[in-house]
Write a protein of this length. Structure first.
Length: 690
């Protein structure tokens, strides 16, 4: 069987060696790394100065990556459960014994119905090999249920697809030349550091920066203007801006006429949204809307950096569609420093068919389960509508007990004694506490992988810098071994990790260049939509989507109110959003002591007005609750929270919280208007002193 990893070239004792790699985390920056290795140990992780988007700079989190890899609590041997689910009690077990038992249990279940087995994964690594590479081949061959991987970006991704034709946009480096940058739904300092450096370069060159966000973030504080709208009202703002563009004739009629579809209908829709109406819905001054429209309509080049925060509400897809229409109205796409960027991931020519092998399904069409509703799905009995009850769960690259919404239901499902759960992990997370087997996974410093990006347009290769620690194995090796034990004899299951790195793009990317410098830049026009040529069916920016209309949906973007509209509940009068804590990335870094010390403890930001009305002082413990559950944490009375909205910073591991819970105790399993995505920021609560 092919080896799963190649150790780095040995050097003389005491001699430093630099190994090129890539950051694996769910961040648009996808930094190029250089790991310094001495005597087989990684002593330093830095940004690669030769990679232009990284420019030698890493965020605080990833600059501590060696600390994470050599963490004293790192899982380094397979474990088998000895106590009740959730107790975290395990004993060591050998790899052979663990894999033999896991394979036998999966075969037993698959003999009845392979759809009773569910993989659960997301972007614990963004790599194409250690993510859905060998794992996808394994589960396709098995015929397991498919997972709808929607927990982060699918509402905005679907919106871009319906409007622009895919996850495409302007090249990030040209934001440095923009004269107006609208940062919409993004705390770039925290979540997109290298874009923020470009925005600062533009600012020094005279650009105006506008931040649109319900929270007064670190980014909002450093922009010229902050539009602090209510959560879930972004489409109303975008439509009112469109109306102002029409009324003042700040339009590029030539671009609209030649490169868009459905303008008359969109114009009619926008004319319903006066600045006064939108100001009332959004909870912002009328003049802010008029000023934003004037800036957008009269400044060239102008660009929007849209991010995923604004699409985590019921109408998130419609909101992203409305915002994605704005650059075409003013012809912003004509300039390389104009347009919009939400995600660049659709620009990468990944050969998914070769990498993931959906042909191994052999004509079968397993059911699809949405990862957002895992709490309900684990508790459903077998039925003709739902199919077989989930009997086995294989979790990798994810921590659903901490990150999935309505976590009381998630915990209840994971606690089922009749559920066989295998977790591939680097640490004993909240989810790992419910596993029957925990299998120790390698970190990025210990395996091969290849990466795309959703913030720039470079492919990155990750070489292993050190040998796997302890008995840790890459995800790919685990699924390769399980395939062998279950008798899957297709040649693809013998492919090694570096071979899969080569397969990911075929001849579309120069692999030799990846080997030599660690990255390769895609050849994409500087202004890809200057003359239209959008990857939509019509080749135009589709204000009206015939595809949505055929699904019985509104073909035009509109404001879709939240499931839980602020002010609609006397019992739960506050809207809550749950943006990430600055030094965490989803649930990946809360166990790194140096980063946790910076964050302190779980916090709820609350405005002075809302705190005073409830007798809450900064630093006191509060009870945050709704009909789904309650969560205790420390309050911080802060100007970062607008009145009527509280900010529950996440995502802490539940076991690190005061009551063994986190903010997702309060969020719901409801879905967005398109893309079947979660509504983490569409959540009403009340707050009381604990």
């Amino acid at each position: 069987m092919a080896s799963f990893s190649s150790p780095p070239v040995l050097t003389e004792p005491g001699v430093d060696q630099a190994i090129r790699g890539a950051c694996p985390h769910d961040c648009p920056d996808t930094c190029a790394l250089v790991t310094t290795v001495r005597d087989g140990i990684a002593i330093k992780v830095q940004g690669n100065p030769a990679h232009r988007p990284t420019d030698g700079v890493l965020c605080t989190k990833v600059s501590r990556y060696a600390e994470r890899s050599y963490h004293p609590e790192r899982l380094l041997q397979p474990l088998r459960r000895t106590g009740p689910k959730g107790s975290g009690r395990y004993q060591p077990v050998g790899w052979d014994e663990a894999l033999a038992d896991i394979a036998a249990r999966l075969q037993e279940i698959a003999a009845r119905d392979p759809q009773a087995i569910l993989p659960y994964s997301y972007c614990g690594t963004m790599g194409l090999v250690q993510g859905e590479g060998m794992a996808a081949r394994f589960f396709h061959k098995l015929g397991a249920s498919l997972l709808d991987r929607t927990i982060c970006a699918s509402a905005g991704g679907e919106a871009l697809t319906q409007t622009l034709g895919g996850k495409v946009g302007m090249k990030v480096e040209f934001f440095a030349e923009s004269k107006l940058i609208v940062i919409w739904g993004s705390n770039s300092i925290t979540s997109n550091l290298h874009f923020w450096r470009l925005a600062q370069a533009a600012k020094r060159d005279g650009a105006r920066l506008v931040c649109i966000d319900p929270r007064r973030t670190e980014t909002a504080e450093k922009c010229h203007e902050h539009i602090q709208l209510r959560p879930g009202t972004d489409a109303a703002l975008a439509l009112a801006v469109m109306r102002e563009l029409v009324v003042n004739d700040w339009l590029d009629h030539d671009y609209i006429g030649r490169h868009t579809l459905g303008w008359e209908g969109l114009r009619e829709r926008a004319m319903l949204w006066t600045a006064e109406r939108a100001a009332q819905v959004c909870g912002i001054p009328v003049q802010q809307i008029r000023d934003l429209a004037r800036d957008w309509g009269t400044t060239k080049p102008a660009a929007i950096r849209l991010n995923y925060g604004m699409q985590r509400v019921r109408g998130g897809g419609n909101a992203a569609r409305a915002i994605a229409c704005l650059p075409a109205l003013t012809g912003a796409w004509r300039h390389r420093a104009g347009g919009l960027l939400l995600s660049s991931s659709g620009m990468f020519p990944v050969d998914k068919a070769t990498l993931q092998r959906p042909d191994l399904l052999a004509g079968r069409t397993p059911r699809t389960i949405n990862m957002v509703t895992i709490g309900d799905d684990l508790l459903r009995p077998s039925s003709p509508q739902f199919g077989p009850r989930i009997e086995a769960l294989v979790v990798y690259n994810s921590n659903p007990v901490a990150v999935a919404p309505e976590s009381a239901r998630v915990v209840q499902g994971f606690a089922r004694e009749d559920l066989f759960t295998v977790v591939l992990e680097q640490f004993q997370t909240d989810t790992a506490d419910y596993a029957d087997y925990i299998l120790p996974a390698t970190t990025q410093l210990e395996h091969w992988d290849i990466h795309t990006s959703y913030g720039h347009t470079d492919v990155l290769l990750n070489r292993p810098a050190v040998a796997p620690l302890g008995q840790a194995r890459p995800n790919s090796a685990v699924f390769r071994e399980l395939a062998a034990r279950m008798g899957f004899d297709e040649p693809c299951f013998a492919d090694g990790d570096e071979a899969m790195c080569r397969q990911a793009f075929g001849d579309r990317v120069d692999y030799q260049q990846l080997l030599e410098q660690g990255f390769a830049t895609l050849q994409i026009p500087q202004a890809p939509f200057a003359e239209g040529s959008f990857p939509t069916p019509s080749g135009k920016c589709e204000f009206f989507s015939e595809r949505l209309a055929r699904q019985g949906m509104d073909g035009l973007p509109d404001h879709v109110p939240n499931h839980e509209v602020a002010g609609s509940s006397a019992r739960h009068p506050l809207a809550m959003i749950s943006p990430p804590a600055r030094n965490f990335l989803n649930s990946t870094f809360p166990n790194v002591r140096s980063l946790r010390d910076i964050e302190g403890e779980p916090l709820l930001e609350i405005s002075q007005d809302d705190a005073a009305a409830r007798g809450i002082a900064s630093g006191s413990i509060v009870r945050v609750f709704n009909d789904r559950g309650e969560y205790r944490c420390k309050a911080m009375v802060s100007g970062r929270a607008r009145p009527g909205v509280v900010n529950g910073l996440g995502i802490w591991w539940r076991k690190l919280g005061l009551d063994g819970t986190n903010v997702n105790q309060l969020t719901s399993q409801k879905l967005t208007d398109m893309g079947r995505a979660p509504v983490f920021y569409d959540c009403l609560v009340e707050v009381q002193p604990a």
